[in-house]
Design a protein around this ligand. Structure first.
Ligand code: HGY
Ligand code: MN
Ligand code: MN
Length: 439
């Protein structure tokens, strides 16, 4: 294939095909939203029956466009449209099918479905054998990652970490709220923990990873734009913090005798907000807070809270963690409390590959009017599977407008029109990648 032929691939796609594909994607996001552990909300966690069901649906839709499918050793659902040279590497398109608790229907899911529709739009027939192929000098692979959120076991990016060959054997002891370890959950799901290494891919097998995702923030909506290139993905550190005081009678204990763990934790949460809000691209959130023993007439003797800390640069994030730690020492010292933190997740910032940023920029540019300004480039304070995959192949990301930017909430949204535009940009970006590889 010549670079010109790769770029010319989109000329054969009927203009209405992107809108048709977008409608199919919206309808399938609704279908997947109905696969949930809880009625009336969307909750789908790693290695659950709901995970197995959405994997089956995704595999069915992958085969529908001519992909061969397989479930890898980490429970990721994969589909491949091979290149003419079946030994050629693949361009991986993907995102995740797992969700947070009471989630929206597009976070992750949209990127998987856009990858499948892109394969349908770009594929070419392979002679009379009824098999479909990628028209580029690489296969088109779609990865439906199994655990980007970390909702069940606390550690995020488990599925994509396995694909990146970055598995940590300590993770097998991670346990969910019911005390089921990751190892036990693997076996219950029908996976063999001893074969996790088989999920790992090498840099020779991939020519890159591209992910389309809703923007989980308000920038595109505020600027009235549909799409953006992503420059980098925030680094993450997650902690479980325990504050120890003394449980006492709520009535008989004078304030000067109290060592109220909940008040210490509450001051800590406010300190996180105060410190992080004064920094650029540093975000700290206390999402969980529990008081023990949890009785209305007992001064809390213990409190536990989570801390999700992110930053555009690892160093700046770590400096802020030091500042938060010092503030917690002061708060707990003044209140005669003790505190300790256990780190449950850590991932470095991922800088999207400049070439893949350029192909994404070219893709978005193809959807804009002739004299439009350059496409927007945004930092992603939200985490994505590219944080893991980037250790084995270059990463590029495309953001789609999410009105009001609300996410990790049932109201997260995307319009079919923006999905159609996003598909067009994504297809163009893949064609540009094809031209680069063909050169
Ligand atoms: O937490 C995040 O930023 C991502 O949505 N998992
Ligand atoms: Mn998410
Ligand atoms: Mn996501």
């Amino acid at each position: 294939m010549t670079p010109a032929a790769a770029l010319g691939r989109l000329a054969d796609i009927p203009p209405g095909a992107f809108a048709t594909a977008a409608r199919r994607i919206m309808s399938r996001c609704d279908e997947l939203a109905r696969v949930s552990a809880d009625d009336g909300q969307i909750t789908r966690v790693y290695l659950s029956p709901e995970h197995a069901r959405v994997n089956r649906l995704a595999a069915e839709w992958m085969r529908e466009v001519g992909m061969t499918t397989r479930l890898d050793a980490a429970g990721n659902q994969l589909g491949v449209l091979p290149a003419a040279d079946r030994d050629a590497p693949t361009l991986m398109l993907g995102s995740h099918l797992d969700t947070v608790i009471d989630a929206g229907r597009f976070d992750g899911i949209l990127g998987v479905l856009m990858g499948i529709e892109l394969a349908r739009l770009l594929r070419v027939p392979g002679g009379d054998d009824g098999v479909w192929y990628s028209p580029f000098p690489f296969g088109i692979e779609v990865a439906a990652f199994s655990d980007e959120e970390g909702t069940r076991f606390g550690k995020a990016l488990l599925g994509s970490s396995a694909v990146a060959g970055e598995w940590d054997e300590d993770w097998w002891q991670l346990a969910d709220d019911d005390g089921i370890t990751l190892r036990e959950a693997y076996r219950e799901f029908g996976l063999d923990p001893g074969r996790i290494g088989e999920a790992a891919r090498t840099s020779e097998q991939l020519v890159g990873y591209l992910e389309a995702h809703i923007e989980q923030g308000p920038e595109l909506d505020r600027r009235g734009e549909s799409l953006a290139v992503v420059s980098s993905i925030a680094s993450a550190r997650r902690f479980q913090v325990v504050v120890e005081g003394e449980a006492r009678h709520a009535g008989g204990t004078p304030y000067d005798m109290r060592r109220d763990a909940l008040l210490g934790a509450s001051e800590a949460a406010l300190a996180v907000e105060r410190i992080c809000s004064g920094e650029h691209h540093i975000i700290g959130t206390v999402g969980q807070l529990e008081a023990f023993p949890g009785a209305v007439n007992v001064v809390p003797g213990e409190a536990r809270f989570s801390l999700d800390l992110r930053g555009e640069f690892d160093g700046a994030r770590d400096t802020v963690w030091e500042r938060i730690s010092h503030d917690l020492d002061d708060i707990m010292g003044r209140r005669r409390l003790r505190w300790r933190a256990r780190e449950v997740h850590s991932a470095p910032a991922m800088f999207c590959d400049p070439l893949l940023q350029d192909v994404m920029r070219a893709g978005i540019g193809s959807t804009l009017p002739a004299h439009a300004e350059d496409p927007i480039t945004l930092f992603s304070p939200a985490g994505h599977d590219g944080m893991a995959i980037g250790s084995v192949t270059p990463v590029g990301m495309l953001f789609l407008r999410n009105p009001d930017g609300i996410s990790h909430h049932p109201d997260e949204a995307v319009s079919a029109a923006d999905v159609a535009t996003g598909l067009r940009a994504f297809a163009e970006a893949v064609a540009h990648r094809g031209a680069e590889v063909a050169a």
